[in-house]
Design a protein around this ligand. Structure first.
Ligand code: MN
Length: 348
């Protein structure tokens, strides 16, 4: 089934976006409302209306789960895409709309995987607005389609998964052994202004800052003490958290001891220990040897996975750039294939 050149592993890309027509129609309805969320208007408002070549290309690719996508995979040497409903999934929709839309999106994903079982795998999309419905949807997609992972696009209308009301989602994910990919979302209203003012709210910087904050909130709120076998995945080299690890550990300890914040209660382990034991990290959007090698050194080579971030960052030459990074053949195989097979429980 290897479609690219002869190599002793498959290249599995693990943060690859798609959209359904229904999702885009619902996005359009949100965008047409007065007082639409600024971050959403800047993200999907741009892609869905801009005549620019980049936006048009992305919209074409997002809705294709057949020939065009597979041609792009072949052209860039990608054997398998692990698909995720594009950000913000259903998280910008009102609760009722989100809950009724999400099963349709997951059914469409399952159909695409059925059409191309050797090329696609996928994550369950969720409506965190309804944690109980999310837990049920995880179970439904696991039972019906054998789906083995889920995606949540960071905050849900300014609310974070560190809030205990969302923890039924973690409880279900842990029980079903389904990792949750914490993917970026556009910035929430309460933090976006200084980013937009500088044009830095998007993938250039804002997404990473906000998703890193979200992952940290999950860690410091004690989620992993409550659900020690919960697995999460972070893209974009862990949203820079590995680089912060030393200071996070030192300052977390100092803050706990000072009893300065109600929200920072003691946790059983250091922030860096949760990062290394409960998280997996993909390189999505970062085709850069020094950052990859540092992340592998910090996390262990069995916890760092390949991702392209198609179609938002479709650059076939980046695959070669990553192939050129100094890794042993064993580590390269872990990076491109074995870790993805393990984390997403792929049947290859
Ligand atoms: Mn992405």
């Amino acid at each position: 089934m290897t479609t690219s050149e002869n190599k002793p592993y498959l290249r599995i890309a693990t943060e690859e976006a798609f959209a359904t027509k229904e999702q885009l129609a619902l996005f359009k309805r949100v965008l047409d409302q007065p007082n639409v969320d600024k971050g959403f208007a800047h993200l999907m408002g741009f892609y869905m209306s801009s005549p620019s070549e980049r936006a048009q290309h992305i919209m074409r690719c997002l809705v294709d789960l057949d020939e065009l996508r597979i041609a792009h995979m072949d052209a860039s040497g990608i054997d398998i895409q692990v698909l995720a409903l594009t950000s913000p999934g259903a998280q910008i929709m009102d609760r009722e709309t989100a809950v009724s839309f999400i099963p349709n999106a997951n059914d469409e994903l399952a159909e695409a995987i059925k059409r191309h079982p050797t090329r696609f795998a996928g994550m369950v999309a969720l409506a965190p607005q309804d944690p109980a419905a999310s837990a049920k949807e995880l179970q439904r997609c696991a039972d019906l389609y054998g789906m083995r992972s889920a995606v949540i696009n960071s905050h849900t209308q300014g609310e974070y998964l560190s809030d205990k009301k969302f923890w039924p989602i973690f409880e279900a994910a842990e029980a079903l052994n389904m990792p949750i990919y914490l993917h970026p979302n556009s910035l929430p209203a309460q933090m976006i202004d200084p980013f937009i003012e500088a044009g830095l709210d998007g993938a250039i910087y804002g997404f990473g800052v906000e998703t890193g904050l979200h992952a940290l909130r999950i860690i410091t709120s004690g989620v992993f003490d409550q659900f020690p076998n919960l697995k999460m995945v972070l893209g974009h080299m862990g949203e820079a958290l590995p680089f912060w690890a030393y200071r996070l550990d030192y300052m977390h300890n100092a803050t706990v001891r000072s009893k300065r914040y109600e929200a920072i209660q003691p946790t059983k382990r250091k922030p860096s220990e949760y990062l290394k034991e409960n998280f997996y990290i993909t390189n999505s959007g970062v085709a850069w040897g020094p950052a990859l090698q540092f992340t592998q050194a910090f996390m262990g080579t069995d916890r760092v996975l390949y991702a392209m971030d198609y179609p938002y960052q479709y650059l076939p030459e980046e695959v070669d750039m990553l192939e050129q990074v100094d890794m042993t053949p064993e580590v390269k195989r872990q990076f491109f294939q074995d870790n993805a097979v393990k984390v997403f429980d792929l049947k290859i």
